[in-house]
Design a protein around this ligand. Sequence first.
Ligand SMILES: [Mg+2]
Length: 275
Amino acid sequence: MKIVFRFAGVIALSSALCVAQTVTEAGSMGPPACPVAGGGKASAGRSTRPTAEQIKATAEAGAADPSVLMAAEPVPNFGAERFRLADYAQCVGGGGCYWSDLDAQTRRAEAMLDRVIATKKVGEKLAVVLDIDETSLTNYCEMGREDYGYLPGVYEKWLGSPESGMPIEGTLRLFNKARAAGLEVFFITGRADALRKDTERNLGLAGFKGWKGLALRVGAQQHMKTAEYKSEERQKIVNAGYRIVLNMGDQWSDLNGTARGEMSVKLPNPFYYLP
Ligand SMILES: [Mg+2]
């Protein structure tokens, strides 16, 4: 990954490498169980994480005290924001649930794909393009272990490990739907080509079988803007005679540019931003 902006947060690690989604106390979809392997420790668990209301009340009480000299604080407090990110990622508190939002969006994409499949003509070469990180595979466990801070060396090691073969379930459903209907699926990722073998293995471990293409950055592509690199790779698919009927990614740079998908699906990603 190149420039990454992350918020910090916390996760609770469970025992085994397991990709099953958990269910929250409210009965909705929750985060996947995480493997033990990997370092780092959570900075604050749920029991010690202040709520947004508590943080606001503390600030208001301080401001109401005439003996306190207040400071200008024009930027949201990073530590407070990371607590909210952790809440959202773990589906606790009242700020929503990343996993439910993610799954809802992939279900909308599946519905779009259903309409394409229903009108597919015999012999048509239709393609689906998928990004990998936070689109097909989730790095939630490692991001949490790094307290959402992004440690390049540690993170790269995770990407190359079998433990990172963790699917985003909704995308895997969409993938299987596309394959069952005879559409071809191409992955285009911003990862460097040095990760090709590990990425191929991890896609398989996650359940993505029978894909047509996998593009990773090679040579000069490593210095290209993401949207330009991905446009170049999509153009190769178009040049091979395919209609890209759906392109799905968690960053706008996955979707913008040329040779765009006939439909583009933006997935939520509260963890980082890749220009
Ligand atoms: Mg991504």
